[in-house]
Design a protein around this ligand. Structure first.
Ligand SMILES: Cc1cc2nc3c(=O)[nH]c(=O)nc-3n(C[C@H](O)[C@H](O)[C@H](O)COP(=O)(O)OP(=O)(O)OC[C@H]3O[C@@H](n4cnc5c(N)ncnc54)[C@H](O)[C@@H]3O)c2cc1C
Length: 454
């Protein structure tokens, strides 16, 4: 780090006191996210309010010091991994949480943990549906920046479907307001900021719409003798117009990892499992239809659970899956492709074929209702051959996904890990326009440089 840069960080520490940490080795978690890419930040600024963000951005802009925003660091693609010699600006302490019950709205700081909003809304008979499996760790700011999806995505939508206004600080050091925070938008600025992965603005406050808390129906667990049979069931349920509140897919190896990690409930070995939850007035009827379709598709085991505590144990399996799979290997490289649900059988077959072809442990699970599949390549020991297989496997997975009309990222974003693959999905003019948006918002590349685009 240059002497000038060191002097700048020291001046921040002098001005803001304990909000700025220079001995960042004492906070190793801030050097990485769930992608496990590590870059130690030279300084971390723990903002406490919008004014701190405003001042930090303006000082960095004047000194030409890049900034990376951080929520909880649960991102999977390196989005909040520090850039060398840049400031890490944490928004985790901006915890405003106000709910307007008659207006069915929530006004939140970016540091609110997703489940905190869900629980606060639930107490008032309201529902905030976007629920990434990381909901007990991830922040709402990170959810908006990544446009997080979740288990409820098929029936209720993803984060962008609930944002009705944003406040943020832009790279030119101004405060920007959209949606309910302004008198109206001409262009859809909000739409541009949602999913912008910390590249366009620091999000300092968010307004969300809430919906009435729905009646929750039974949970259904269906086991199958092949991933394809499970995926065909998903395709048929979708074709028949049945929309479960949750429809999750897990392959046999992912379930085995879960059983090794934490047995909240015993599950019989199966090649694949689907977990469903229905909701609303038609919950019982839909559950019955789902069971019938599972039977028709030769489900080897079916369990319908109406007791909420018992059902929670089943959901815990799914919610802990990412950690369980990670715990089963030295390293886990996870990709989150998505295809139209009708193409899911072809995608799971392709993953099964790769498992047979490569001397690697590969497993998968995902929000099947949305055609989302997290494919995990597990590394047990350091070995250059294995790395070659994984690189090849990822590239083939992406190619197959695109052939099936899918996308390289269902919900985890691009960050560092997927930027080299963007040209596979987007043509040069489209990519050029996206880069153009970055340039308009941030001409000097102050925010999160080196991410998303090559
Ligand atoms: C166990 C596990 C399960 C997961 N399950 C899901 C899932 O089901 N669905 C899903 O979509 N994702 C999932 N994820 C990924 C991750 O949790 C989400 O991407 C989440 O939205 C990241 O939130 P965060 O607060 O951790 O953000 P971070 O990782 O801290 O940051 C993510 C990105 O957002 C930017 N950012 C953060 N806060 C702000 C802000 N206030 N203003 C501007 N930019 C900001 C950062 O710069 C970075 O680019 C999972 C991750 C784990 C570890």
């Amino acid at each position: 780090m240059t002497a000038n840069r060191s002097a700048f960080f020291q001046s921040l520490a002098d001005k803001f006191g304990p909000k700025v940490i220079l001995n960042t080795a004492s906070l190793p978690d801030y050097a990485r996210d769930a992608s496990e890419i590590k870059v130690a930040p030279p300084a971390i600024f723990f903002a406490e309010d919008e004014n701190d963000v405003f001042e930090a951005v303006n000082l960095c802009r004047q000194a030409e010091v890049p900034i990376v925003f951080r929520g909880a660091g649960t991102g999977y693609t390196g989005g909040c991994v520090p850039v060398p010699d840049g400031l890490m600006l944490s928004l985790q302490h901006l915890k405003k949480l106000e709910i307007d019950v008659p207006g069915k709205r929530a006004y939140c700081g970016p540091g609110v943990i997703t489940i905190e909003l869900m629980k606060a809304a639930e107490k008032l008979e309201l529902f905030y549906p976007p629920d990434p499996a990381s909901y007990d760790e991830s922040t709402l700011g990170g959810n908006v920046a990544e446009c997080a999806g979740g288990l409820h995505c098929k029936k209720y939508g993803v984060t962008k479907d609930y944002v009705i206004g944003l406040k943020g600080v832009t790279a030119d050091g101004e405060i920007i307001k959209t949606g309910v925070y302004s008198n109206g938008d001409l262009f859809n600025l909000e739409g541009v900021l949602i999913g912008s992965e910390g590249m366009l603005a620091a999000i300092t406050e968010m307004a969300f719409r809430l919906i009435d808390l729905p009646q929750i129906g039974p949970t259904i667990l269906a086991a199958f003798d092949s991933p394809e049979l499970a995926a065909r069931t998903v395709a048929e349920i979708t074709r028949r117009g049945i929309v479960p509140a949750v429809m999750e897919y897990m392959d046999g190896d992912a379930i085995a990892c879960s059983m090794e990690y934490e047995k909240s409930v015993e599950i019989e070995a199966a090649a694949a499992i689907l977990l469903f939850e229905t909701s609303g007035n038609q919950a019982a009827r839909e559950a019955e239809e789902i069971e019938n379709i599972c039977r028709k598709n030769k489900s080897s085991f079916l369990k319908l659970e109406t007791n909420r505590d018992e059902a929670e144990k089943l959901w815990k399996i799914r919610r802990n899956l990412s950690k369980a799979v990670k715990a089963s290997a030295r390293e886990k490289i996870s990709e989150d492709v998505a295809v139209p649900p009708s193409k899911l059988p072809e995608l799971v077959n392709f993953v099964a074929q790769m498992t047979r072809e490569y001397p690697l442990r590969i497993n998968s699970y995902g929000h099947a209702g949305d055609g989302n599949l997290h494919v995990n390549f597990l590394v047990q020991q350091e070995d250059s051959d294995v790395k070659g297989f994984i690189d090849e496997g990822i590239r083939r997975l992406f190619q197959r996904t695109l052939e099936l009309g899918g996308t390289l990222t269902g919900e985890h974003g691009i960050g560092l890990t997927k930027k080299e693959f963007l040209p596979l999905e987007f043509d040069p003019p489209t990519l050029q326009w996206m880069k153009g948006i970055k340039t308009v918002f941030d001409p000097v590349n102050l925010f999160n440089p080196g991410k998303m685009f090559i």
